[in-house]
Each structure stands twice: as C-alpha cells, then as structure tokens.
Design a protein around this ligand. Structure first.
Ligand SMILES: Cc1cc2nc3c(=O)[nH]c(=O)nc-3n(C[C@H](O)[C@H](O)[C@H](O)COP(=O)(O)OP(=O)(O)OC[C@H]3O[C@@H](n4cnc5c(N)ncnc54)[C@H](O)[C@@H]3O)c2cc1C
Length: 384
C-alpha cells in the first residue's frame, strides 16, 4: 500500500484539478486518480465559458472566439438577437483548459496517477482506503470529482441525480457569417427538452444539441439539423456526453465530498458545469482543510460543505431547475409565444443584459417589474 494521502481526488477534470490545486496549495498531500491517459480527453463540452470562469480556472486556455450574444430561433421560425457591447462568453479549447488546470495542480504539488481507475473505497475510524486499478491507497478523505456517472457518488448509498440529458456535438469545416453571436434553436424539432447550439469558431463551426433522456439517442436529430442548415459541410470532430441536472440528494458522507458533475453541480437551463464546479472548489478546500485540522472527517462535520454550496450558488441552481421544469411543460406554441413576448422592447432591453453565469438575475428582474410580469402571465399553460 502507498504512503498515506490527506486527500485522494478521483477524476482529473476541471472540478478535480481545481480542488486538488487548492488543497495542495494549502500544503496537504493530495493524490489524483484519472482513468484516462491525460486530462481533457475525451472532450465532452462546447467550450463556452464566461471571463469569470476563465479567471476562476486560474489558467489561460486558448480562446477560439469572443461572443457578444446569441440569436435565439423559436419554433415558428422567428428569431431574436440577445446581445450587448460587452463579451458574454468565450469559446475555449476545453481539452487544453483541462490539461492546463491539471498542470497547475501538479505544480502546486498534487500527485497525478494517469490510467488509474477508481474501483471503490471503504472508510474506518483510521482513514479511507481507496482501491484503484493500480492498487490501494490510504487517505484521510476521498473527493469524488469523477464526472456525471460518478462511482464515488454511488458509494454514498441510493444517490441518483434528478435527471440526465444527452448531448452530441460536431465541428464542421464551415464558417458562420456572423462570428460575434452564437445561435440557439429551441423547440421539439431538433432538441426536445433542451436546445441546440451553433457556435462560430473562426474557420469552423461547432454544432450540437441536448435532448431529454426520454427522447432517445440525439444523434439522429443532430444529423437532421446539420443536413438542414449546413448541407455538404464536412465533419471534422464529433463529441458526445451526458449532463446531470437537478442535484443529488447527498454530496457529502463520512470522509467523502463530491464536486462538479459528480455532485450534479450544473446549471439546469444551460447545462454549463464549469462555473458551479469552480465556485464549489474553494468551498471544498476550506471545509476539508478545517476538517483535516480538527481531525473530524465525520459526515456531520463535512455537512458544512452542502450548506456553504447552497448559500453560494446552490439556491440559484434550484431556482433554475424550477425554470427547467416549466420549460419542459411548454409545447412549441408556448415557446413561440415566449419569443414574441421577448421581442417586446421593454423585455428585450432587459434580456440584453443577461449574464450567462446568473441568468436568473434577468428573469427575476422581468418577474419583479409589474408591467412585464403581467405579460408573463399571458404566456404558457405551464404557469397556470
Ligand atoms: C455536449 C456537452 C457540452 C457541454 N458544454 C459546456 C459548456 O459549453 N460550458 C460548460 O461550462 N459546461 C459544458 N458542459 C458540461 C461540462 O463539460 C461539465 O459540467 C464539466 O466537464 C464537469 O467537470 P468535472 O470535472 O466535474 O467532470 P469531468 O470533466 O467529466 O471530469 C471527470 C473526470 O473523472 C474521470 N473519471 C471518471 N470516472 C473515473 C474513475 N472511476 N476513476 C478515475 N477517473 C475517473 C474522467 O475520466 C474525467 O476526466 C457540456 C457537457 C456536454 C455533455
């Protein structure tokens, strides 16, 4: 058995590397198990992040493009531009981001073990024992950062996420006319239960969509979207993945904490997981380091992590999940009515201010402006 670690982090993605870097920077001995041969592969991401996410990542990934807003296409074919003079998002090289974050954690002292698959762990009063494809490690605590299908999360008992959506994406060798806006299509034709995206990345375009799990494999819908909108385009890369939405019952247990997709810390409306994961990392480092100092790694002691995450960003995710539930109840006519309502000058000017990390702020503004809220009530059946 290897010498003891303070923490073993399972998963060398952005959540795991952020947590590992912060714990290693505080002087703790941290091991990271990553089943693949490097961080960032296979890529399961559109690479769309805000400046704030890049800042929180602590590294400077390659930026393919800067976007000032989106064109939203509604089921009736009408579209609306939501944009501002300040950049709303950047398109980054996501594999490069993961790699750089892992290097930063390793520079801080975290010990990465690649090609090493976590199998299980057990806990006792003396510590946690992590079994992986390379053997067994003793540690004080296990951090589950092992993504959407987290095996560490399953170790906490019956602990399902509320819902998964499936995502699929292609890079096409065509350039979009507008390079300053990405396009979102909502409605049941291409992306029932979610939305599709077309992101300009200079000389190539990233086209993808997610669908509700009950809609079956989404590839056939993406193929239809590409054939309809980009006939003859050559596919230069393909990606797929799933996104956990709605949170998990437990994100902590005895000697164990979950972070990122493993904890279902994902924005339910957009599927963006990097922002919540990077908000959670310093909270995890604070709670885990004080638990290590006090020698109390009980579930009760670590429950502070849930509370702090909830206060920081979790309540926002819960409210967004309610919005998602409403969205799921809308049919295409409802969505088109939303489009017409959003095009009203007073609503549109508020929507232009949207912050992709906190879309709820704009929705709250609409809901709290009496004239706008009255309009909202005329909208979908889901509000009745
Ligand atoms: C199609 C698609 C598009 C997306 N687009 C965006 C976007 O534009 N912006 C955004 O913010 N988010 C996006 N997301 C979500 C985002 O990719 C995730 O939320 C993010 O990757 C979560 O990071 P993580 O570190 O928690 O998990 P992951 O990135 O999944 O990392 C988990 C790591 O754990 C490793 N692992 C898993 N099991 C084991 C094991 N048993 N042993 C050892 N290692 C293991 C995996 O190999 C992986 O490296 C998208 C998701 C999909 C599917």
């Amino acid at each position: 058995m290897s010498a003891a670690f303070d923490a073993v982090v399972v998963g060398g993605g952005p959540a795991g590397s952020a947590a590992a870097r912060m714990m290693a920077s505080k002087g703790y001995r941290v091991g990271v198990l990553e089943e693949h041969s490097s961080s960032g592969v296979p890529t399961q991401c559109a690479g769309l992040v805000t400046d704030e996410v890049i800042r929180m990542s602590g590294v400077s990934p390659e930026v393919y493009n800067t976007l000032y807003g989106a064109e939203v296409v509604f089921p009736d074919g009408e579209s609306l531009e939501v944009c501002s003079e300040w950049p709303k998002a950047k398109v980054v090289d996501r594999a490069g981001l993961d790699r750089l974050m892992a290097e930063a954690a390793a520079d801080a002292g975290a010990e990465y073990s690649y090609g090493d698959r976590y199998v299980s762990h057990s806990v006792s009063k003396d510590g946690a024992f992590v079994r992986s494809s390379s053997g067994e490690r003793k540690c004080e605590a296990v951090v589950g950062a092992d993504g959407h299908s987290s095996a560490v999360a399953r170790s906490l008992g019956h602990n399902p996420v509320k819902e998964y959506v499936r995502g699929v994406q292609m890079d096409l060798d065509v350039a979009m006319d507008r390079q300053d806006l990405f396009r979102i299509r909502i409605g049941h034709r291409y992306a029932p239960g979610f939305f599709s995206w077309e992101i300009p990345c200079g000389d190539f375009t990233r086209v993808g969509l997610c669908t509700s799990w009950s809609e079956g494999p989404p590839y056939v819908r993406l193929k239809a979207l590409v054939e309809d909108c980009y006939p003859g385009a050559r596919v230069i890369a393909k990606y797929c993945g799933k996104i956990p939405l709605g949170g998990r019952k437990a994100i902590h247990g005895e000697r164990c904490l979950l972070i990122g997709d493993a904890a279902s810390q994902v924005k339910p409306v957009s599927g963006g997981g990097l922002y919540p994961a990077l908000r959670a990392a310093p909270i995890l480092a604070e709670v885990l380091s004080s638990a290590l100092e006090s020698g109390d790694l009980s579930a009760r002691s670590l429950s502070r992590y849930d509370k702090m995450c909830r206060d920081d960003f979790g309540k926002g995710l819960d409210r967004s999940y309610l919005l998602r539930r409403m969205y799921l109840r809308m049919d295409d006519d409802d969505l088109s009515r939303c489009g017409a309502y959003s095009a009203r000058e007073d609503v549109h000017s508020v929507l232009n201010e949207i912050d992709l990390d906190d879309p709820g702020k704009v929705i709250r503004r609409v809901a709290h402006t009496p004239a706008l809220a009255r309009g909202l009530l005329l909208l979908p059946r889901c509000l009745i």
